[in-house]
Design a protein around this ligand. Structure first.
Ligand code: NAD
Length: 501
């Protein structure tokens, strides 16, 4: 076992003064009907920096009454908002895109501070997240319906899109900006109003982004933001309000299932972006250097805290040793540290629960016969750092093989042939992201036909793009975000039969 010794020692990229100034400028209240306000009972909650364990900021914590007020505001302006010209909605999104570029340093730093990801990755998220605003500003004015004669020729059929109506948008902590823009942008483009609830670990980025939407000209009440220490306190009044038309959720599968049950009571439209257990397949004909680069990106992006993370690295037995050596050497060289330091490549896990959870995953694998090739331990005793880890000889029944790890731990599992690889890849209730490394395009398509995943990277480790439909099958969810499909999720179809001329 190789101890992980690559620890960041570089200079901070930002000063304490810059951080204080940014936090002072970030809204701390609830955004209801265009105004930032305190919680109705004066309640608050703290947001922590996972690199230090210290409190960064204290925010208003929405009560059920506040959630109801946010829902009231969204319902009140739905009709007038639906009547705005698509061009007007498009231009608000485009201005918001421009403001995100102008304020990119603030957004990136907020994400690093509250979530832990290194500044370079946070900047990458600003680019990715910002693109949803630009993409849906372009989609807003090209969301065509259709018209045709009935087969009998007795009617003209006019098929048009209308906004679904007020939406409840719930986002997770791992991509604080992109998960918000991926929902807010198509909702705005389609003409929906909304209540946004971000995760309590990372609300600051959403608060800052909401102010950008106001500065871009979004009318009061269209976007309301209710951060809270209690998700259920906020969700109950919104989910049971008869004026709500849709819930769009990104988060864990158990919470998604519960929301689908709650949504059934009022037959709400639902979009569910849930957990993953992504396989990354390396065939014997793969370019191994490309496979290592792809595996490092797919495993280590966001410290492994991504629904698209390569959870299981499946390698043909004939190339396993060579792959593992190169992969483990690369991971062992990644510097771990505070995301604001210049040379950090891997930041902390999001909180103490995440650190405990990753530690328990590794302990379970070791108890079932796995071996640590590199890492396998916490780094330092302040903050929640865990070493990039490669595990070999991992049995299929270890928890790292079956469950979403959400950390920088890569179990390497060998396979014998294509059938075996596909069988192992599909042995999971999840079906979000998968990655295949092979130089044989016929094999690539055969595998794509057989693996049950909504996304597949072919010889690449990162594929998310605002222009592409993102989403899973099986228990990874229903619906798609981004692409031409994204706006459909916030639209309903109306058919008008018109008397033939
Ligand atoms: P989580 O399910 O704990 O929380 C997600 C959000 O749901 C948070 O805002 C949380 O406050 C809220 N929530 C929790 N309980 C709720 C309830 N009873 N009613 C309403 N809202 C409730 O998930 P998380 O830990 O924040 O995020 C990690 C999970 O998200 C992972 O499983 C990951 O795979 C998944 N994820 C999926 C995607 C995707 O696009 N498929 C993207 C990112 C993350």
């Amino acid at each position: 076992m190789a101890e992980h010794t690559a620890v960041a020692t570089g200079a901070p990229s930002v000063s304490a003064e810059q951080i204080r100034d940014l936090l002072a400028r970030t809204p701390k209240g609830l955004l209801i009907n265009g105004t930032w306000r305190d919680a109705s009972d004066g309640g608050t909650f703290d947001v922590e920096n996972p690199a230090t364990g210290e409190v960064l900021a204290t925010l208003a914590s929405a009560t059920p009454e506040d959630a109801q007020a946010a829902m009231d505001a969204a319902a009140e302006v739905q009709e007038s908002w639906a009547r705005t010209a698509p061009r007007e909605r498009a231009e608000i999104l485009r201005r918001a895109f421009d403001l995100v570029q102008e304020r990119r340093d603030d957004l990136a730093l907020l994400m690093t501070l509250e979530m832990g990801k290194p500044l370079a990755e946070a900047n990458g998220e600003v680019t990715y997240g910002g693109e949803f605003l630009r993409w849906f500003s372009e989609e807003a004015v090209r969301h065509y319906g259709r018209t045709a004669s009935t087969p009998e020729g007795n009617l003209q059929m006019v098929v048009r899109h209308k906004p679904v109506g007020p939406c409840y948008l719930i986002t997770p902590w791992n991509f604080p900006l992109a998960m918000a823009t991926r929902k807010v942008s198509p909702a705005v483009a389609a003409g929906c109003t909304m209540v946004l609830k971000s995760a309590k670990l990372t609300p600051l980025t959403s608060q800052y982004f909401a102010q950008i939407m106001i500065d871009a000209g979004l009318p009061a009440g269209v976007l309301n933001v209710v951060s809270s220490k209690s998700a259920s306190a906020v969700s109950k009044p919104i989910m049971t309000d008869p004026r709500l038309r849709k819930v769009s959720f990104t988060g864990s599968t158990p919470v998604g299932k519960q929301l689908m049950k709650d949504a059934a009571d009022s037959v709400l439209r639902t979009s569910m972006e849930l957990g993953g257990n992504g396989p990354l397949l390396v065939f014997d004909d793969a370019d191994l250097d490309k496979a290592v680069t792809g595996a490092v990106a797919a495993k280590m992006r966001n410290m492994g805290e991504a629904c698209t993370a390569a959870n299981r690295i499946l390698v043909h037995e004939s190339v396993a040793e060579e792959f593992m050596e190169k992969f483990a050497t690369t991971l062992a060289g990644l510097t771990v540290g505070d995301g604001t330091l210049e040379d950090t490549k891997v930041g902390p896990l999001v909180d103490s629960n995440a650190l405990e959870s990753v530690t328990a995953f590794v302990d379970d694998a070791l108890a079932k016969g796995a071996r640590v090739v590199t890492g396998g331990h916490r780094v330092g005793d302040k903050g929640y750092f865990y070493a990039p880890t490669v595990l070999a000889d991992v049995p299929e029944d270890a928890r790292v093989s079956c469950e979403e790890i959400f950390g920088p731990v890569a179990p390497v599992i060998t396979f014998k042939d294509e059938d075996d690889a596909v069988r192992i890849a599909n042995t999971t209730e999840y079906g979000l992201a998968s990655y295949v490394f092979t130089e044989d395009y016929k094999r690539a398509y055969r595998v794509a036909d057989r693996i049950e995943f909504g996304l597949m990277g072919l010889n690449v480790g990162v594929i998310s793009n605002a222009a592409a439909p993102f989403g899973g099958v099986k228990q990874s969810g229903v619906g798609r975000e981004g692409g031409a499909e994204g706006i459909e999720e916030y639209s309903t179809v109306q058919y008008i039969g018109v008397e033939s001329p």
